[in-house]
Design a protein around this ligand. Sequence first.
Ligand SMILES: [Zn+2]
Length: 318
Amino acid sequence: MTATHHRFMLYQWNIVGHTQQLLGLEKEIKEKNISHAYLFSGPRQGGKSSIAKTFANIIQCPNHYCKKCKDCQLIQAKAHSDTLFMEDNGESIKIDDIREIIRKTNLTSQSPYRVIVIENIERMPIEAQNSFLKTLEEPPGKTIFLLTTSHLDQVLLTIQSRVRHFHFSTVDDGILKAYLKETFGSRSDMDEIINMAQGRPGLAINMIKDEGAFEDQKKLYNQIETFLKKNDLAQKFSFIEGIEKDKDQVSLFLDAFTRYLRKLLFEYMNSSSPLLGKRFTPRDIINLFESLEKTRYFINRNVNKRLALENLMIQTER
Ligand SMILES: [Zn+2]
């Protein structure tokens, strides 16, 4: 048995962790009880998109993901005419985009299903979600929607009630470590990677495969540490000015900030050493967590992004 293949599993998912949810999905496939729409929720880079892709592959391949046939190869290359992917390109999703993608799949269909994978469905504005609801109520024949979201609170409840919902939370450090060791071999900075990944296999794999991404994460971490250690509002505001317009950068920054605070609290609980030379009390850190959540909330609702981020920075001053 390997880290990614549970001995009770029917199919070769090659996914780290999430065993219970995968077994649940397998049961539906085996019992031919597949829904016309699924929603996979959970933190960014936790495995949702890989699971959606593999799920699509398992139901489209005559041998349930043999990895050898033409269907498998085309789906893995995201070039299969009945399995379409709307990846997160940072843009919002218009209802016309979805209509277009449905029209495309209607043209063909040699396969058991028309599978449409839509990454980060929260990119749909509310009006678009409302229109999409009608499609979910009367899906075109044999169509299966696989939707993902890392912001469930931004997905209409009416949509949530019309899909089968599976939540994928973070993966246990031990499981992640075993997988990384098995797949990429041992390395001296493994613990650092595990620590920065905070249970997100996608992020860990990215750091291992791409030295630049690893360096960027380390830099961001050091930057956050400096922000917490020193009073220098001018420098902090200029950092915000630099990332504010780039949605990905902001999101990486907020994620890294959260991870850094978790690490601080964890160290405090294990050693009760003062937090950054007594600059912060545990209560301060919890307040910062709350501010981070608020900042995320405002940013996702397009409230003045810069103001929200600057407010967060003010709270790191003593
Ligand atoms: Zn196959």
